[in-house]
Design a protein around this ligand. Structure first.
Ligand SMILES: Cc1cc2nc3c(=O)[nH]c(=O)nc-3n(C[C@H](O)[C@H](O)[C@H](O)COP(=O)(O)OP(=O)(O)OC[C@H]3O[C@@H](n4cnc5c(N)ncnc54)[C@H](O)[C@@H]3O)c2cc1C
Length: 665
């Protein structure tokens, strides 16, 4: 199958306007005749559901939580980007586009990213109109801060709870439509399969998680806004329920996956503390606006810190290595996430990690306390030479900016980050890979769309901070509502889609067969036992440092683990009632399949990109080769030629073979 990204012709800056002018529309009266299923009501799905219903479509929305408000999007802390240039610091649509493409190691689809940058400003206006309480400066104007990989301040935020506030906005917009009857909301429903009728996505099979009932739902199009799959690594910053099932089932029905191995490893997470852990915690990237990252310069100090005989606050400035400021003077601590993560790993691999496991670096606010404190003392006419006073004043400012993050750190680590530097280490945080979509956000299955983190198109090999919320809301509020009409215009006379067809029978049977097998397996190990094992393989062999030998081992090990899972997993309880372990088992079964594709993708990518580096390239010659490759792509890209830089020829062939020949279980 040839992939056609359907990128409009012409200069990047004109493509979206031209496309909107050219595509088919569905008139308001005909929209009432069309049903759309939206699976996932996080920021992407929630905004899409609200907007499509507002336009007049009949929306059926699904999420597995008890409320759309509990989607993983709620966890987003730091902010959302937009090219408003409120700071007058040189920002523009082009710069946001450029930063995002460059930040993604030139592996994003430029046309989609340009459109994203273009609509970014509308998102802020839309959310302000909904009442989202973005932070404001004293004079009442919206405030901005910086995130990694950029030289401007374009990030809008609501304290450390931006995702929550944006989600409440989308949820309110959805609720208006739920109240009008235009959205039928199905909470605690898990999509188990997509139903393809005559080559088009026409419905889903879902399990009511409370009663265990299997249900059929039909529509003229199906949209997946089901989030990312970083929990394949077991330990990650994701919500515990985030999973790949919807995307994976869509893949098995013919939707291509793109870049499955591109995972974001976020540099500022609380380090792993032991085997008992089931979750990792992010410390927002916004902290790098004011925190400085360092490790000791000398091994004797590392050892003294580890054995407790030296406190980090006692180490002289000259004996500290602020390695990001040293290596990347222009960006300093605000380098992109992949660069910061790789640098932290490099220091820790060289033995300079500051905690007992040797896998932690410091994020230190001491300098910010003094900087802000001096300014405050000056403003208030107090003694600028009184260090204790200045520090206290500075801490108040930092508390106002990041108070909830500091509190969270103290609760988890039991150390006061106002008194001692935070310890951080990279952790799995976001998946840039996902379901392949064209410019209209349609997958390779006609009528099946993917939006938000579930698709692949905008972030290349590394997503810049504060751009996931931007993409999810751009897709949901401003892109899909236009592009889906182009497809649905052909369906105005189709009428309701029946659910008593063979395609629905077959899909339902496939779903119930899996459930029956899981529930009757009577094995000896819990689902978590297998999930943890998978996570270890993924992190150790498909994580940041990768090489062909270990990736090949991972492929075999994951396949073996999958076999063991199906022989030996034990699920207590029954299928006709609430059974969290059963739901988890289905998700882990899909991670065990995705994991193999992930490792295969990493294996064929003989490149270092984003947070991943192939050991083969960790020589001076290899690094030089990598740089040359980027320069080439970079020069080529900015001539403005549209190119689907994602799946090159060999991988296309590989994808085709995979889709045809893969068989599981
Ligand atoms: C701790 C943390 C902080 C972050 N901070 C930021 C930030 O400051 N700025 C930023 O831009 N990004 C941030 N991100 C990333 C960002 O939050 C996510 O990428 C984004 O919210 C994903 O939104 P989404 O709507 O695509 O998916 P999600 O919010 O994950 O929503 C997925 C939806 O799909 C549903 N679903 C999934 N599978 C099924 C199924 N099989 N059946 C039915 N329903 C299903 C779920 O119920 C849910 O409603 C952060 C991420 C984390 C983990």
């Amino acid at each position: 199958m040839a992939l056609d990204s359907k990128i409009p012709k012409g200069p990047l800056a004109d493509q979206w306007t031209k496309h909107k002018n050219d595509i088919n529309l569905v008139n308001p009266a005909n929209k009432r005749l069309i049903d759309v299923i939206i699976v996932g009501t996080g920021l992407a799905g929630g905004s899409a559901a609200a907007t499509l219903a507002e336009l007049g479509y009949n929306v059926k929305a699904f999420c597995f939580q008890d409320s759309p408000r509990r989607a993983h999007s709620i966890a987003a802390q730091g902010g959302i980007n937009a090219a408003k240039n409120y700071q007058g610091d040189g920002d523009s649509t082009y710069r946001l586009f450029y930063d995002t493409v460059k930040g993604g190691d030139y592996r994003s689809r430029e046309s989609n990213v340009y459109r994203l940058a273009e609509v970014s400003s509308n998102i802020i206006d839309q959310c302000v109109a909904q009442g989202v309480p973005f932070a404001r400066e004293y004079g009442g104007l919206l405030d901005n801060r910086s995130f990694g990989g950029v030289l401007v301040s374009r990030t809008f935020y609501a304290k450390g709870q931006t995702g929550q506030q944006l989600l409440l906005g989308a949820y309110s917009a959805m609720n208006r439509q739920i109240g009008r009857g235009k959205i039928k909301m199905h909470t605690r429903h898990e999509m188990l399969d997509v139903v393809i009728v005559d080559g088009k996505a026409r419905g889903i099979i879902a399990r009511n998680l409370v009663t265990g009932e299997i249900e059929r739902h039909s529509a003229h199009a199906v949209v997946l806004g089901t989030g990312g799959y970083g929990n394949a690594f077991y330990l990650s910053t994701y919500a515990m329920g985030s999973n790949v099932t919807a995307a994976w089932k869509a893949h098995k029905r013919g939707a291509f996956f793109a870049n499955p191995c591109y995972t974001q490893i976020h540099p500022t997470c609380i380090p792993v503390s032991g085997d008992h852990q089931s979750k990792l915690t992010l410390m927002s990237e916004s902290l790098r606006n004011d925190g400085r990252i360092w490790v000791p310069k000398h091994m004797k100090d590392v050892e003294a810190i580890r054995d407790g005989s030296l406190k980090p606050t006692e180490l002289a400035e000259d004996d500290r290595d602020y390695y990001l400021e040293r290596r990347y003077p222009a960006f300093g601590n605000l380098v992109p996430r992949d660069v910061a993560s790789r640098a932290a790993k490099e220091r820790c691999d060289a033995g300079y990690g500051v905690n007992k496991t040797g896998e932690a670096v410091y994020l230190d606010f001491a300098a910010a306390f003094m900087r802000y404190g001096k300014e405050q003392a000056h403003v208030k006419g107090l003694d600028e030479d009184d260090d204790a006073l200045v520090r206290k004043l500075g801490q108040e400012i930092v508390k106002n900016k990041y108070g909830n993050l500091f509190q969270m750190y103290e609760k988890i680590v039991d150390q006061n980050p106002y008194e001692t530097p935070m310890m951080i280490f990279p952790a799995v945080h976001y998946t840039m890979g996902g379901i392949w979509v064209d410019y209209n956000l349609m997958t390779t299955v006609p009528g099946l769309y993917a939006i938000g983190e579930a698709n692949f198109s905008d972030h290349g090999a590394n997503r810049l901070g504060a751009s996931a919320l931007m993409q999810g809301l751009a897709d949901g509020y401003f892109v899909l509502p236009y592009t889906i009409g182009d497809y649905l215009a052909d369906d105005i006379r189709t009428g309701p889609i029946p659910t008593d067809s063979k395609a629905f029978d077959d899909a339902e049977k496939d779903a119930t067969d899996i459930i029956d097998k899981l529930i009757n397996n009577n094995g000896t190990h819990s689902v978590d036992y297998f999930h943890k094992k998978l996570g270890k393989i993924m992190w150790n062999k498909c994580g940041m440092a990768r090489n062909a030998k270990e990736l090949k081992e991972a492929i075999v090990e994951i396949a073996e683990l999958r076999e063991e899972f199906w022989k030996d997993v034990k699920i207590p309880g029954t299928a006709d009632a609430y059974n969290e372990e059963l739901a988890k088992a289905g998700r882990v079964a899909d991670f065990l399949e995705l994991g193999e594709l992930f490792a295969k993708d990493a294996l064929v990518r003989e490149e270092s990109a984003g947070g991943h580096f192939r050991d083969e390239y960790q020589t001076p010659e290899g690094e030089a080769m990598r740089r040359k490759e980027f320069q080439f792509v970079s020069a080529w890209e900015f001539k403005g030629e549209p190119k689907d830089a994602v799946l090159h020829k060999e991988e296309l062939a590989y994808e085709n073979i995979e889709v045809k020949e893969r068989s599981y279980k």
